[in-house]
Design a protein around this ligand. Structure first.
Ligand code: PEP
Ligand code: MN
Length: 343
């Protein structure tokens, strides 16, 4: 059920609806919008009688939600969600760029790459301290000492930190260091992890599972939101298909499909999406052109020595080119007169 408040409903009237929902033993999710507040309800095992709400002051409508998801959908919140990290917005009018190595390998490597990222004017730095690896014998990440290196990056360059959390046991630790916690493709349906991130205070990037449908991705985000964390950023990173010319098949068609159904921002990761550095710039350009709210890419100063994902890491000069291209495409989309002038 979804309660839509009248445009002129007072805070006290909204509060009254919230307390009726709590009194029924359910959880209210108020979502203030530009024109009206809507309140989602979770925790109810079946349909709720709309008469509980229809007579309350300030209520415009009590609507049954027929979609499988309640909180991620545009029925509840029409306006786009904008996730703010410091002075950067993800989901606003400017595409966000998140860049850095696949893994934090050492202090010197991480600082050298952070310098490349910061000097390109990019504000969000990625790097894994806990790595989900296919083989148990591959480099698993530096763990807490990697998180400390990321804290040094924030301190030195003023970059905000995106880093992955692998399990429920380390959520509190990772959250202490991260500005955004990342849930990787392999964990998209780790429901206890999703719930725990739902109780966290930091925004989350939720990567699409390797064979997840759009509804499965949105329902995974719903797990996080149902616990009260509404700052969720979806990420397309390619799905597994028969194609073997790339590591994964980057499904850019999911971007407009998500935007039609959900208010949550969606970014694209063309690094894991392609697995090859020479394909990253073209697919990053396409991601911005298709309307993604940002991109996340891997960059390395010495990719031939990288402990993970070297073949897909952009070299520093390629990364600078990518930033220029992203800004140029964004400009063409938002200032069509610029496009005409350059023809
Ligand atoms: C990553 O971003 O480092 C990563 C492991 O990606 P994915 O979960 O998409 O494979
Ligand atoms: Mn990687």
């Amino acid at each position: 059920m979804l309660i839509v408040m009248k445009q002129d409903a007072t805070d006290a009237q909204v509060e009254e609806v919230l307390s009726v929902i709590r009194g029924l033993g359910f959880k209210p999710h108020p979502m203030p919008g530009a024109t009206r507040t809507a309140i989602g309800i979770t925790g109810n095992p079946g349909a709720i009688d709309p008469r509980h709400f229809e007579m309350l002051g300030g209520v415009a409508e009590a609507i049954r939600v027929s979609k499988p998801y309640k909180l991620v959908g545009r029925d509840l919140k029409h306006e786009d969600t904008i996730v703010k990290i410091g002075d950067v917005s993800i989901g606003g009018s400017v595409p966000a760029i998140i860049a850095g190595p696949c893994a934090v390998e050492s202090y010197d490597q991480t600082m050298a790459i952070a310098e490349v990222v910061a000097s390109a004017g990019v504000k969000l730095f990625r790097g894994g301290a806990f790595k989900p690896r296919t083989s148990p014998y591959s480099f698993q990440g530096l763990g807490e000492s990697g998180l400390k290196i990321l804290a040094a990056v924030r301190e030195q360059f003023g970059l905000s930190i995106v880093t992955e959390v692998l399990d429920t046991e380390t959520v509190d630790l990772v959250e202490e260091y991260a500005d955004i916690v990342q849930i990787g493709a392999r964990n998209m349906q780790n429901f206890s992890l999703l719930r725990k991130i739902g109780q966290a205070k930091k925004p989350a990037i939720l990567k699409r599972g390797m064979s997840a449908t759009l509804d499965e991705l949105l329902l995974a985000a719903e797990y996080i939101m149902a616990e009260g964390n509404y700052n969720v950023i979806l990420c397309e990173r390619g799905v597994r298909t028969f194609a073997d010319h790339t590591r994964n098949t980057l499904d850019l068609s999911i971007v407009p499909a998500v935007q039609q159904r959900s208010h949550l921002p969606i970014i694209v990761d063309p690094s894991h999406g392609t697995g090859k550095r020479e394909k990253v710039i073209p697919l990053a350009r396409a991601s911005i052109a298709v309307g993604a709210d940002g991109i996340m890419v891997e960059v390395h100063n010495q990719p031939e020595q990288a402990l993970s994902d070297g073949p897909q890491a952009l070299l520093p000069e390629m990364f600078r080119q990518l930033v220029t291209d992203v800004n140029a495409i964004h400009k063409i989309l938002t200032q069509p007169e610029h496009a005409a002038a350059t023809l």
